[in-house]
Design a protein around this ligand. Structure first.
Ligand code: M6R
Length: 605
């Protein structure tokens, strides 16, 4: 997904921009560029491909001297990944350059209008209309020109704009796309992601929708949508850039998988006080709620599918899980008695934001479970529960998913207690089980040293089935997604009982089937499904409690987890399956942290 950065100060801008863009690489991109103001002119460099190519082309920025500039990594939406379509885009008179995150929905009509007015377009992008609009409206006042131009835009944008007439100024604007200012001493920055700022400053301002800001080396001034100066709170970023680096692991994904016990502990610890789940500021009137809807995308959605079991069990409120990309087209049955739970690691997923807005407009209150502080979803939510997982860099989420699950468990316990549907003794027992999750997760990571060997057996598979029932099925959904997205092996999750209704036709000699067998209440049923696929020649890899004799007698291979109460088992059961996907992808030589065609945060619908 696109990323933007900007710098104005006394140092050479280009090397700082290149470094900022490197920090955004994890988001996925296909081209990059920077523009720097030097000697009263905009100098530009763009490449299709990696930041390293841009660094080479500009001799690490030396070929673009100047102390004010903007940069961009592009993930193609409108027009192929080419140098011409890469940002920054410049005006016909060469005075303005623009970088943009988001999508301008009315770009086609604006393009037509601007072409009729004589503007020449160099790219196929939606963004280019912005720079021509700014040129058209510019009468010596950049702020006025940016405000007039952005008033013509429909869609989402985080914009960074420079003009050679104001050589040490940058203008930025935000609408439905993240934009953060970095406050330095004698220098200032902006970026679409705080990761690109922290090596230079920890003092940041999160812009809100409709706001603008003007940056110069001397300071920053934020304006509201009417152009009036406003004061904004400066927040301090507490995590270290080291925390976002690999720390000795071969891949961010491996590092993040091993961090999960600690991350889950961070989700739980501040919320359990004096033996009670305490969710600060959560004054939801649960007695008024007759339905809970969980919405999210991808793994976050699958976390919701697992969490549903715990919430329904402990609250006896019906929980519906809805893909965010589908929800708002379904004329959803949502009203003031619905509690919406929104899950998002990044807090910036466009479909999830849209679904949330739709439900809020129908009267639902939204509880967001989010990792990134100050993200759009966190801000839009009526209540927010941060997962405190720390920065997640690998595109394939791991600690994001397990901490979302944990937050749902916390909510289930909290709501069950509040509603009186969870009795005191059971409540205390479950709190104690929840507190032991980090330890059990660590055991699950430690008790499967044979995963790299298993990966050598399964990495050549054309396809894999992941089967399970009930809570095991919800985990199978996430396990199959992990396998697909990083190893590129076709993987399909099936409710085990559904096999005989069609899918078993695909099971042949040597077909890999991963059978999730951790829900003991329905174990016998899953066992009979294992026997069915074995009878047709499948190779079965079972995930089970260590030492479970029934499983040991019927599968070919095993992944083990320690005994966990079924209600919370998903957070432990997924761990060896994430590891399996990782080692299979490694065997296949895949780009694990940046799988092809994927982006870390999907900020377009
Ligand atoms: O940032 P979010 O949690 O909203 O992201 C949702 C999905 O895009 C994300 O979980 C995606 O499915 C991951 N690639 C899965 O590993």
């Amino acid at each position: 997904m696109c990323g933007i950065v900007g710098y104005t100060g006394t140092r050479m801008a280009a090397p700082i921009l290149l470094e900022g863009l490197r920090q955004l690489e994890y988001r996925g991109y296909d081209s990059a560029g920077i523009a720097v103001i030097h000697d009263g002119q905009v100098s530009l460099s763009k490449v299709t491909g990696r930041i390293s190519a841009l660094a080479e082309k500009t001799q690490d920025g030396k070929l673009l001297p100047g102390t004010t500039g903007i940069g961009h990594t592009r993930w193609a939406t409108h027009g192929a990944p080419t140098d011409a379509n890469a940002h920054p885009h410049t005006s016909n008179d060469g005075r303005f350059a623009v970088v943009h995150n988001g999508i301008i929905e009315n770009h086609a009509e604006l393009r037509e209008e601007l072409m009729a007015a004589g503007y020449r377009f160099e790219s196929e992008t939606d963004t280019e209309v912005v720079v021509h609009l700014v040129e058209q409206y510019y009468q010596g006042d950049l702020k006025q020109a940016v405000m007039r131009a952005s008033s013509r835009l429909r869609g989402s944008y985080a914009l960074g704009i420079v003009c050679s007439d104001a050589p040490d100024h940058i203008f930025v604007a935000r609408e439905a796309s993240p934009l953060i200012l970095g406050i330095g001493i004698g220098e200032n920055f902006f970026a679409s992601d705080v990761t690109a700022l922290v090596s230079n400053t920890r003092n940041v301002i999160y812009l809100d929708d409709g706001e603008y800001a003007e940056l110069s080396p001397e300071g920053v001034q934020v304006y509201d949508c009417a152009g009036h100066p406003i004061g904004k709170e400066v927040s301090r970023v507490t995590w270290d850039i080291q925390a976002a680096e690999k720390g000795g692991y071969d891949h961010f994904m491996l590092k993040e998988m091993t961090e999960q016990p600690r991350a889950v502990k961070s989700t739980i610890t501040p919320r359990i006080r004096n033996g009670e789940v305490s969710l600060d500021d959560m004054d939801i009137d649960l007695a008024e709620i007759n339905k809970i809807v969980i919405t999210a995308c991808g793994s976050a959605y699958y976390a919701g599918c697992s969490g549903k079991y715990a919430i329904e069990k402990l609250t006896r409120i019906s929980v519906q899980t809805e893909l965010a990309s589908e929800l708002r087209y379904n004329d959803p049955l949502i009203d003031g008695h619905t509690l919406l739970i929104v899950l998002s690691q990044s807090g910036e997923t466009a479909d999830t934001i849209a679904a949330m807005r739709e439900c809020q407009s129908r009267g639902a209150k939204a509880l967001a479970i989010v990792n990134v502080v100050g993200s759009t979803i966190a801000k839009l939510a009526d209540y927010c529960l941060y997962t405190w997982a720390g920065p997640e860099i690998a595109v394939a989420t791991t600690k994001g998913y397990t901490t979302q699950l944990t937050a749902l468990y916390l909510f289930a316990l909290y709501a069950g207690k509040k509603l009186g549907t969870l009795q005191d003794g059971e409540y205390r027992k479950l709190i104690s089980s929840l507190k032991s999750l980090p330890k059990l997760m660590q055991q699950a990571l430690d008790m499967n040293p044979h995963i790299p060997t298993l990966a050598k057996k399964y990495h050549n598979a054309d396809s894999l089935f992941f089967i399970g029932r009930n809570t095991d099925y919800a985990v199978a959904l996430e396990a199959a997604l992990k396998m697909k997205e990083i190893s590129y092996i076709h993987a399909e999750a099936y409710a085990a009982g559904e096999l005989k209704h069609g899918t078993i036709a695909l099971v042949h000699e040597g077909q890999g089937v991963v059978a999730l067998c951790c829900n003991e209440s329905i174990l016998e049923k899953t066992l009979s499904n294992i026997i069915e696929v074995k009878a047709r020649g499948a190779e079965v890899l079972a995930v089970a409690y260590k030492g479970n004799p029934k499983i040991l007698s019927c599968a070919d291979d095993y992944l083990y987890i320690p005994k966990v109460p079924t209600l919370f088992s998903a957070a432990v059961e997924i761990l060896p399956l994430q590891m399996l996907a990782y080692y299979v992808a490694r065997e296949n030589g895949c780009d694990i942290d940046k799988p092809k065609n994927l982006a870390k945060s999907v900020t377009v619908e």
